[in-house]
Design a protein around this ligand. Structure first.
Ligand code: GLC
Length: 449
């Protein structure tokens, strides 16, 4: 065997360097470097469910299952025979300006975007050739919502554009028929879900393909490994695309690309496989929900703390916003995003392009999380909340004599001392630069462990 081919074979690819439609081969593809570096993405759930904007994006399903809240809402506010499809006419998106979204996401410090192109209700947010009359061109906005956003993101920001796609469609008769046949027929998967997903990839060249709605049937029903082999071998984004792990029952946390596992996933410690925490600003819904109370929204401080923790454990944070039917990002969500961005502007060095260090959460100060620069020239100790008396105590760090300690956003070195296997750093007077509960990052060089 030619020695030059050895790494390819070891990586699970075929001799020709192509991926095969098997999990062994698909799983051998490394997560693209850019995704490791990006750390923070914005998720957008937007669609017909943003019209009633009550409960959550499962509105149609819950209503059809006769859940009281939804049945009463419809009874009290709409004529008796009103259908979910009729909401689509009110999905006008008349205030939608993709450039404004791009500005907000970029001010948030996000490095990738994942936007719903189709959720479980089947409505496509672009003129899909596979969703006749149930798409944004034919009913509602009267135009493509996705293409202009991809363009605004690419033209105005350094954000990578990505898409969410639901495999299943709750009430699609073809899907229901395959389900009735215990997935022995694949009409819906072969004629609808997969061709539409390929169309999305070809039209919008997303660098994240975030699959969902896969769980009722096995990957063999969807043809997931075949799709992924196409995506990695022959699609227009074959080299740079990152994918998640929702490709059929049993694949979460096990197959595909980076692991999302369950919604809002946060593991208890370092994960060697690249993972992502997909979660929401409104704790109770992915779609916009008019009845949300202020307390339901995560604060800026909570978002920053989550980001820091997640990154230290080898994750990315994908934080969701739900735009309104008019196409506005609710200002409370915009504010939270901009708060994260203002923190990242100063402290991004301790987040972006970092890699996990040997320790994640400090043994003495439980509010301290570690990262390290990818060239291993510095360790970052990120303090969530201001330490008492401005004395930062680190139990997991050993410093060489010539070590330096600085604080991001502050000029000059900080005084430190070592005793009883702890390092104590005297913080400069920076407690007022952020709001309470935000985080301060120390940059340490000369770390001896
Ligand atoms: C779930 C939900 C869905 C949401 C998604 C985001 O699978 O069904 O409404 O889009 O998670 O992670």
């Amino acid at each position: 065997m030619l020695p030059a081919l050895l790494p390819l074979l070891l990586a699970g690819a075929t001799v020709a360097g192509r991926y095969e439609a098997t999990w062994d081969s698909i799983d051998s593809r490394p997560t693209p470097e850019w995704f490791h570096d990006a750390k923070f993405g914005v998720f957008v759930h937007w669609g017909v469910y943003s019209v009633p904007a009550v409960g959550n994006e499962w509105f149609w399903s819950f209503w059809r299952q006769n859940e009281e809240k939804y049945v009463n809402f419809m009874k009290n506010n709409y004529p008796p025979n009103f259908t979910y499809q009729e909401f689509a006419k009110q999905f006008r998106t008349e205030l939608y300006e993709p450039n404004k979204w791009a500005d907000i996401f970029s001010s948030a410090g996000a490095k990738y975007l994942v936007v719903t192109t189709k959720h479980h209700d089947g409505y496509a947010l672009y003129p899909s050739n596979y969703s006749f009359s149930w798409n944004a061109k034919d009913v509602g906005p009267g135009k493509d919502l996705i293409g202009p956003l991809a363009k605004a993101i690419r033209n105005n920001t350094d954000i990578r554009f990505g898409i969410y796609h639901s495999m299943l469609e709750w009430f699609n008769p073809l899907y229901e028929k395959d389900k009735g046949n215990a997935w022995t027929t694949q009409t819906f998967a072969k004629q609808k879900a997969i061709p539409e997903l390929k169309e999305i990839v070809e039209l919008f060249r997303p660098e994240v393909v975030w699959s969902d709605g896969e769980w009722e049937s096995p990957p063999s029903y969807w043809g997931s490994t075949e799709f992924l082999a196409w995506l990695f071998n022959d699609s227009p984004v074959k080299d740079s695309v990152a994918v998640n792990d929702r490709w059929g029952s049993g694949t979460k946390c096990a197959h595909g690309g980076f692991y999302d596992c369950s919604d809002h996933y946060v593991p208890g410690g370092l994960q060697t496989h690249k993972w992502e925490s997909a979660t929401t600003l409104d704790s109770a819904s992915w779609g916009y929900r008019r009845e949300a109370a202020l307390a339901d929204y995560r604060t800026g401080a909570e978002c920053i703390e989550l980001l820091v923790k997640v990154v230290s454990m080898n994750g990315n944070l994908l934080l969701n916003v739900g735009p309104t039917k008019e196409g506005m990002i609710p200002v409370i969500m915009e504010e939270r995003l901009r708060q994260i961005g203002s923190w990242l502007k100063v402290n991004g060095e301790a987040i972006y392009s970092t890699r996990p260090w040997s320790h994640q959460n400090d043994a003495v100060s439980s509010n301290v999380w570690y990262t390290q620069d990818k060239n291993k020239t510095a360790v970052y100790a990120i303090f969530v909340g201001w330490p008492p008396g401005g004395k930062g105590v680190l139990g997991d760090v050993r410093l060489a004599e010539n070590a330096t300690v600085t604080m991001l956003g502050y000029q000059g070195q900080l005084k430190w001392s070592a005793a009883d296997s702890n390092v104590t750093v005297q913080f400069p007077d920076m407690s007022q630069v952020y709001q309470p509960g935000w985080a301060w990052a120390l940059r340490l060089t000369g770390v001896a462990n």
